[in-house]
Every structure is written in structure tokens, then in C-alpha cells.
Ligand binder design. Sequence first.
Ligand code: NDP
Length: 337
Amino acid sequence: MRITDKTNPTEFRAIEERYDDMTYRRCGQSGILLPAISLGLWHNYGYLDNLEKGRNILRYAFDSGITHFDLANNYGPPYGSAEENFGILLKRDFAKYRDELIISSKAGFDMWSGPYGNYGSRKYLVSSCDQSLKRMGLDYVDIFYHHRPDPDTPLEETMAALDHIVRQGKALYAGISNYPAEMAERAVNILKDLGTPCLIHQAKYSMFERWVEEDLLDVLEKKGIGCIAFSPLAQGMLTNKYIDGIPENSRAAKSMTYLEKENVEANLSKIKQLNEIALNRGQKLSQMALSWLLKDDRITSVLIGASSTNQLKENIEALDNLVFEEDEIRKIDEVLG
Ligand code: NDP
């Protein structure tokens, strides 16, 4: 079902001071700076969501210096609808700011039926990028990612597809997502040989998901590739929202999401202990969770989601304190085990 577009038609003028308070970090050894906090449209922008609310969040983000919006072919639900809705909002509010924006999309998960709408073939990536551009009404995206490793397609084919998309001018930069360290290094080397350097790796990283610390971050640093951490709040678990139960309308309470109530309940004791540590350092848990990631300067940006402007405001305020005492780090590590 498509919700009628009832968005406010008044013209959006971004505030002049929008760049004053945001922190920007260099993405690896590239020419691109990304805001320390970026906004993802995985949730809250599908046909079933309130487009006016989504519009306010995007406006607030841009007014706060968030220049990077992240999408993928299959964001919605249904698949494709987040890109379509973003296209509507882009046209209304952000068309005149296009050159101030870094917009990304991806292909790699199942998108359409049959053998050509999933994984990592050249056929899939090139067609999917074309579809994404059409849905968003764009001539190009700034970053086009391969969304996840494909165990069966030769890495050379997938990387050549990214190179092709960049050479066609349909993306300015290439990225990879969810690649383990060894495969990421091979992909980066192939792209370099093709003449289209890999800009960035998008990896799941939060206090609850620390796999990147093992060797991926070292590889990325060595190769001069940026890292953007997705689901840095563990889909909302690393905030105070679940401390007194599962609120209606939260991601864990909704169907068609990837956050199970059982997962929240299993982590509740840790969440409460982390919340205490956060309060003692004068932050909300959400803010401490983001600061904790950003204390490592190998993390270019944390890629959050937000279902309200209040959440977004709270999360941006994490940037006010990125410094941790050794004792705080030790206590956090003890809780996380
Ligand atoms: P987060 O971990 O930031 O979770 C966002 C959710 O947490 C919000 O929707 C909201 O949930 C809750 N939340 C956020 N801030 C607060 C706050 N201050 N107080 C209380 N609750 C809060 O990130 P996501 O999991 O949404 O992922 C972010 C982005 O990462 C995606 O949009 C996408 O762009 C990217 N991504 C990439 C993937 C990949 O494979 N490359 C996979 C998944 C995501 P609620 O709705 O309950 O209010």
C-alpha cells in the first residue's frame, strides 16, 4: 500500500549555521570528509511510515550538519520504497543542496525474483544501481556499495562491476559492506588495480558487536579505507528506551524488523549497567554508545537510525564528549565481557 504524500509543501531553507557544530572526519586517505554522525534510512522511510515525520528528521539532520544519508535498494518495506520516498523528499527539500550531500546506496541482498536480483554478479549490481537512481531521481549516487560478500561470484567480477558503475559516472565512489577482513583486503587490492580505489567499508559495530576490532579495523587503516559503523546503537538496545520494558511502536515491538524482544531481554542486565556508567559520566546511554565508537579515530562516522527528531538531537549531542577515562573503559569492558 502506498501512503498518500501529505508532506508539507513549504519551501525548506537550511539554516546558515548548519556546519558550525558538526565534526567532520576524513574517510580513510580519501578527499572525502564525512560527518561523525550519519543518518541511515533502513527504517522509518518505507510506504508504511509517516513521510512527514521522515521529512522532519531529514531536515533536522541537514540543519545539524549531517551531510550523509545512507540507503540501499531493499530498504522499506516494501523493497525500494525508502529510495522512492527519499527521492520525493530530495526533490522537495534538498535538490538545491545536492552538492552538499553524500548519498549512498547498495546492492547485495535479495531484491527481485529470479537469479539476477541477489548477491554479487555484474548483472545484478549494474541493473540495481540503475533502478536505485531512477527511484531516487538522481543522476548519480556518491557511494555505491556491494552490500555483502557473495560466496559464489568471483570477487574480481563484483569489484569490476563497482569499477564499471563508477566509470559510468553513476557513482562517485565504491564501497564494500559486511566483508570480513581478509576478503575486504582482497577486494580493496582488486579495486586499486582497476583504478577505482575503495572509499569505505560499512560494518556492523557497536558495544554489542565488536568483531571489527579483531582485524578488520587494522586492515582498513593499513589500506587507507574509511569505516562507517552501522547499527551503532544495536538497533536501539544501547539507549534507555528498553530499560522499563518494550514500548509500543519501538522497533522490538514491531513486526517486520530484525530486533527480537528476546534479544532485548537477554541484554537487559548489560543495558542497565551500561546506563549507570553513562549517567555517571553525564551522558545518556545512547550518547555514550556513540562516543565509545568515535573515540577510535579509525571510525569515520557512526551510521545511526532515528524514528524522531528528539532521538536525532540526543544522538548528535554525543559529540560533546568523546573522551573516556581509563576507568570508564575498564568498567564498560567488564560489563560487555
Ligand atoms: P541504530 O543502532 O542507530 O538504531 C536506530 C534505532 O534505535 C532507531 O530507529 C530507534 O528505534 C532507536 N534510537 C535511536 N536513537 C535513539 C535514542 N536517542 N533514544 C532511544 N532510541 C533511539 O541503527 P540502525 O539499526 O537503524 O541502522 C542505521 C543504519 O545503518 C541503517 O539505516 C542503514 O543505513 C545502515 N545499515 C546497514 C546495514 C548493512 O548491512 N550495511 C544493515 C543495517 C543497517 P525505534 O524505532 O525503536 O525508536
